[in-house]
Design a protein around this ligand. Structure first.
Ligand SMILES: [Zn+2]
Length: 171
């Protein structure tokens, strides 16, 4: 279980297994997770202002390929890959022939509600609740900024992403 989340029930059994396996170790290898789900990931020179795409493809097992803007920062690319994986898992039946294109704010032709879902699942994939719990138990610091900084490094995410995740988790 990656979180107390309703979307978990939507996933297929084999997908859950692949995800559980990927999340058993941090930092989560999102590129490998994508490939294990039958997706291909390509770092590409996307237009400025475009972070990622989920396109249809005849050459992958899943029928989809993720393209991530290689000019963006590494943390950002990891989050984008997780976000597109989330779209694939949750929204692939709502994606048209042209696929979807996410801008810098992760807005696409999908609804804002679906974008919010994808962001939530992306955060849960990169920062699984059970891994955070373990890290909190093992942490020696009570300094909040130090914690955010240490965890961002351990999970290979930005401090901003970690701060938001920890706030959501505590609330
Ligand atoms: Zn999106």
């Amino acid at each position: 279980m990656i979180g107390p989340v309703s979307y978990w029930a939507q996933l297929k059994e084999d997908e859950k297994k692949v995800i559980q396996n990927a999340l058993s170790e941090i930092p989560v290898k999102v590129g490998k997770l994508a490939r294990d789900l039958g997706l291909e990931v390509k770092a590409a020179s996307l237009r400025p202002g475009i972070s990622g795409e989920l396109r249809r493809s005849d050459s992958t097992k899943s029928g989809f390929i993720i393209r991530v803007n290689r000019h963006e920062r590494k943390y950002r690319q990891r989050f984008t890959i997780a976000h597109e994986i989330a779209h694939y898992l949750l929204h692939r039946h709502h994606i048209g022939q042209n696929g979807i294109v996410d801008d810098l704010l992760y807005r696409s032709s999908l609804s804002d509600a679906r974008e919010a879902q994808a962001n939530r699942l992306a955060a849960d994939l990169l920062m699984p609740n059970f891994q955070l719990k373990k890290a909190l138990e093992d942490s020696l610091t009570s300094n909040k900024q130090q914690l955010v900084s240490d965890f961002a490094t351990a999970f290979d995410v930005s401090e901003a992403a970690m701060r938001i995740k920890l706030q959501n988790r505590m609330s």
